[in-house]
Ligand binder design. Structure first.
Ligand SMILES: Cc1cc2nc3c(=O)[nH]c(=O)nc-3n(C[C@H](O)[C@H](O)[C@H](O)COP(=O)(O)OP(=O)(O)OC[C@H]3O[C@@H](n4cnc5c(N)ncnc54)[C@H](O)[C@@H]3O)c2cc1C
Length: 440
């Protein structure tokens, strides 16, 4: 047995038989073929930033941590081919050196590219899809140990499946990403009132390329984050950004969370203190440095995608639940928007979406809060973020994704022996594990 694995939040712990770090297609092919012969399974891991047991295995865990970097850039078509283990942070810097950037990113940049895209990771902005929509082509090693390449033009149905595939079709080794010339973003943050924000929502979403807000649970206070491309001089970076991000958003917020953890009854008061401590701020920096934030505080999270038209109704129902149940939650609720896509099992497939993420500080109770909120999200046709806590099963997924079955057919073609399955995937796909691994 190798060492114990723990995900970012510590909510997932297991000991794989072996962790392998291949550095070439040939090595990956060998690992997959040997696993099939030996009746073992292989699960791929990125940076371990998912809460769901997607990567859990007692067999082989495969990491592309040692397979990072840009392979080539097609400057005519603005497409970069990237090794799938590259971290988003490293990719941002490497692209920047070449005069390019990714058009949109999520909140953090420590995920691997393959890991982030495999669960449909997203940022915010009504004109931007999930990060998977920035994909132009994928190369992976399937369950037969074959190298498969697909793109928008070549095997388009397979490509639509591979864009968000939970590590179920094969080991993604390279990804072609659409890139844009480097640009600066001007980020404006400030506190506001929930009702006013909901009233002005359409204006905010139209006026800002990247708009989101954090709602302090149990209060009427929100924290707005509004960003647009800008040619302004750099501003608010260096020590003042460190002060804002490290001190206020991590050290101070973290200390308040610890108080709430010891005295949960103080949660609402702490939520109010956090709301009162938000100040107005403007930063201008390169896009990849603005999108990403530092997250030292550990928490548990559930996030649901809901059709955008139900957003306000869901917020009102959540508010009513807070009033009724008095959850002891000091951690903000994050609200974002994403453009629809046509990816087979992407949460934003076929619908312009709002995403609502609920959090609880690590070590504090979250079961009832998450369960109650999940009921509300589901009532409005919610689809869970694959990487974040949720209780969806095969029946739920089959109901909320019109193409769930089509994805299964493609999965079976690419992995007929089930070498990439673990008990969790087997459950949500309704699939059989390889015989020697039925016991896991
Ligand atoms: C602090 C924090 C902030 C976050 N912020 C956001 C956010 O802003 N927006 C958002 O949408 N999500 C966010 N997430 C969720 C996160 O982006 C996803 O869970 C993402 O999948 C994690 O990427 P990873 O590299 O850690 O992959 P892992 O969690 O390690 O793996 C995720 C999936 O990718 C598969 N995989 C990994 N590598 C490969 C490969 N080479 N080939 C095939 N499959 C592979 C795995 O098997 C697994 O199914 C956040 C998570 C945390 C902890």
């Amino acid at each position: 047995m190798s060492e114990k694995f723990e995900n970012w939040s510590g909510s997932l712990q297991f000991t794989p038989e072996k962790i392998m770090y291949p550095q070439s297609d040939d090595e990956v092919i060998r690992i997959v073929r040997r696993a099939v012969q030996a009746g073992k399974t292989v699960r791929m891991i990125g940076s371990g930033h998912s809460w769901t047991p997607l990567v859990k295995t007692d067999s082989i865990l495969l990491s592309l941590q040692k397979y990072q970097g840009i392979v080539s850039i097609d400057r005519e078509n603005n497409i970069a081919e990237v090794k799938a283990g590259t971290s988003i942070k490293q990719l941002g810097e490497l692209l920047y050196e070449q005069g390019y950037a990714m058009e949109n990113l999520g909140d953090i940049d420590v995920q691997s590219l393959a890991g982030a895209l495999s669960t449909g990771t997203h940022g915010t902005g009504v004109n931007y899809g999930t990060l998977s929509t920035q994909l132009e082509g994928v190369t992976f090693i399937n369950g037969l140990g074959e190298i498969i390449t697909c793109s928008r033009e070549v095997k388009p149905e397979l490509f639509r499946a591979a864009q968000v595939s939970l590590g179920a079709l094969g080991v993604i080794v390279r990804m072609k990403i659409r890139v844009v010339p480097t640009f600066r973003l001007k980020l404006h943050t400030k506190g506001a009132n929930l009702e006013e924000t909901l009233d002005r929502l359409e204006d905010y979403k139209r006026e800002y390329q990247h708009f989101e807000f954090y709602w302090m649970p149990g209060t009427k206070k929100v924290y707005l984050k509004m960003a647009n491309p800008s040619t302004d001089e750099f501003r608010g970076i260096g020590i003042s950004r460190v002060l804002q991000e490290i001190f206020l958003e991590n050290i101070l917020l973290g200390s308040l969370m610890w108080v709430a953890r010891f005295i949960p009854a103080f949660s609402r008061m702490i939520s109010k203190i956090i709301a009162a401590s938000t100040s107005e701020n403007i930063i201008v920096d390169h896009s990849h440095r603005i999108f990403a934030t530092v997250r030292w505080i550990k928490f548990n999270e559930m996030e649901y995608n809901i059709p955008k038209e139900h957003f306000k109704t869901v917020i009102y129902e959540m508010e009513a639940a807070f009033e009724r149940e008095k959850y002891q939650v000091p951690f903000p609720i994050e609200c974002r928007w994403v453009k629809k896509d046509n990816i087979m099992i992407s949460p934003a497939s076929g619908r312009d979406s709002a995403y609502i993420a609920i959090h609880q500080f690590k070590g504090m109770k979250y079961d009832k809060y998450f369960n109650d909120m999940e009921k509300i999200f589901r009532k409005y046709n919610g689809r869970p973020h694959y990487g974040k806590m949720n209780s969806a099963n095969l029946a739920n997924f089959a109901k909320i994704y019109p193409e769930w079955e089509s994805f299964q057919s493609i999965r079976k073609e690419q992995d007929p022996q089930g070498v990439f399955l673990n008990p969790y995937l087997k459950g949500i796909f309704g699939a059989k594990m390889p015989e020697k691994h039925q016991h896991i």
